[in-house]
Design a protein around this ligand. Sequence first.
Ligand SMILES: Cc1cc2nc3c(=O)[nH]c(=O)nc-3n(C[C@H](O)[C@H](O)[C@H](O)COP(=O)(O)OP(=O)(O)OC[C@H]3O[C@@H](n4cnc5c(N)ncnc54)[C@H](O)[C@@H]3O)c2cc1C
Length: 385
Amino acid sequence: MFIVGAGPAGLACARELASEFEVGVAEEHHELGNISCTGVLGIKSLERLGIDYKSSVLSYIRSARLHSNAENIEFSFSKPVAVVVDRAAFDRGLGENALDEGAEILTSTRVVKVERKGKRWSIKLLREGKIEEVEAKVLIGADGFRSEIALSQGLREKWKPDQILSCYQLEVNCSAELTDVYFTHYAQNFFAWQVPTGERCRVGLCSRGATLSPKSALKKFVSENGLESEILAETGDVIPLGIINKTYAENLLIVGEAAGFIKPITGGGVIFGITSGKLAAEVLKDASDFSEGSLSRYEKLWKKNIGREINFGLHFSKLFYSLTREELDKIFRTLDKEAVEEIKKNFSFDRHSFLLKVVIRHGYRIFRALGTRRSAELLGELRKI
Ligand SMILES: Cc1cc2nc3c(=O)[nH]c(=O)nc-3n(C[C@H](O)[C@H](O)[C@H](O)COP(=O)(O)OP(=O)(O)OC[C@H]3O[C@@H](n4cnc5c(N)ncnc54)[C@H](O)[C@@H]3O)c2cc1C
């Protein structure tokens, strides 16, 4: 088995597969760990997935404040609901687990070409300036946003501009304790954030279809909101929104962000990446052969497990970002205690479809400030999801 990409999806898959198969993983970077990532991960999901995350935790999130243009609402929970991890340490932990099971991880190794050779794959690697060839029975594309394996094998089209979240993040000195989420015009069709990680904060922003680059938008946002501080690091990256056309073919599976497995409401991809990596391994371990028919089970499993959540998130975010800044202010201003409590009671950090239940049940109260016609229109759209 050969896995392209040693992010969470590829490494989780490698760990599960290595107990039964010979597994190789190629990672073009010298070290593991996506440094652009904010590293906010839901605790319940990490525990459900059996991930040993504790040594990579920088801080715990128990409360968050959501800001509209002129209002804000704070959500506090009795226990932490999420952790902020150091992604390098987190991914290294996943890598060690995979190595312990017997997988081989080749860092500083870029997969430059894959070709079918009868029932096997020929994989060309660029390592230390030289091309090497390896062969494998099964290829797993875990190559993140670029998703070249899926593209080259005709499983997806190029991401369309409205499927791309463009992000920028700063690491700054700061003493904030609360996580802040800002629905601001600087983060068009998405949001900005400040997440404390101990003595530092990650301040970032993603936007979709914006004319201003995320870097310029973030710098303006930071200065306008008094969040300026000494910048210790800065990175830019992109996140895809939308699932690819097909995630399997004969001897081939696509996992993680490469397949578009992202929570559309937050842009988080680690948990769904690990989930899909594990599902892919389960299918390969159970399969009597690696024909397209046998591997189609993977698509059934992820659709049941995360597919509905992703589709919900795509529809919900479209509706949410159709609200004007004034409408969002009105909702925030009139959201009553009971609705906030209901959101908290049903809250799930990774399974956002809980929102549908709450919003439909309390919709007339949540949207009442927008008037009867607009409320009915929004609720009608929600019911179609
Ligand atoms: C600003 C920002 C903040 C984010 N914050 C969060 C967050 O708080 N929580 C969260 O859950 N998610 C977050 N994400 C998303 C998260 O980082 C990704 O969804 C997640 O890393 C996806 O995991 P993956 O394993 O699918 O892909 P990746 O982590 O992208 O791993 C893919 C790997 O494949 C390698 N690769 C690609 N092509 C090749 C090749 N040809 N040869 C060899 N190697 C190759 C890449 O180098 C990469 O290491 C954030 C993203 C951004 C941009």
